[in-house]
Design a protein around this ligand. Sequence first.
Ligand code: PMP
Length: 315
Amino acid sequence: MNAKELFMNGEFIPSERGVLPVRTHAFAYGTSCFEGIRGYWNAQEQQVYLFRAREHFERLLRSCQILQMSLPYTADQLVELSVELIRRNEQHQDVYLRPVAYKNQEILGVQLHGLTNDLIITSEPQGNYVELTGMKCGVSSWRRVDDNAIPARAKISGAYVNSAFAKSEALQNGYDEAIMLTNEGHVSEGSAENIFLVLNGELITPSPSENILLGITRATVIELARRELGLITSERQIDRTELYVADEIILCGTGAQIAPVIEVDHRAIGTGKTGPISSALQKIYFDVVRGNLPAYRDQWCTPAFAKQRSANPAD
Ligand code: PMP
């Protein structure tokens, strides 16, 4: 069921009024950018924690900059609007926030400049997006869009046609997810996830210039691996066949969370089961996002509801 309200045209409105005119530029040409932000329900604290919402909105503003759009909000104001939306919807549960900045002008003709735009934010209940107990992946025959075609560092709606080609091909071939290569044939990312390999005890991930979206979860994994597991991540070019000989592989993203990969192109990865580094990272990640680790909660989690008064006066 849809949430009661959404944010559009600068105001909170009933969800059923959230409709777009058929001539909307973004609808015809994919000229919008978006974010996916999770809010995690913490039952003990009766709280929804938005995970790294500020960083997501900073990325949205960077995507807007690339698409020649400007929003009349700062990242902090966008976090505030999101918090208010969850409160208005009385969502005491896991949620998924979807802010979309889009060219709303009703004109024909492809261009970026000189068009008006608007911002929509929706918030819906959401569970897991992909299997978390071991994914089987196929290297896609579709190549990742290049920075000079549709820049992957911006989360541009039109670029998701590229992801959809790869994802459908993977599913229709019996895999759970696609791994996409760059035009040069190096490992880039999943259809909506960044990728990490454990190879010879080292954690590696494609560098920013491999046409990846610079994921917030990617940054989180790099930081958690360093602080909690003492593992430094190398950001470098990765060959396709390094996937086959990796000890462990994980896909990660806001939607996917931390998803271990147990097979690529019909080759078992490591033991063919979730490896020790993947499961350690998965466990830490879920503790962090639900706000169970105070050091990270203060750093990364925004409470949506007013804080409960503590039963312990010393708290
Ligand atoms: N790559 C792509 C193409 C994505 O769509 C996503 C999901 N937003 C990611 C990577 C992971 O990014 P994040 O961790 O910021 O959600």
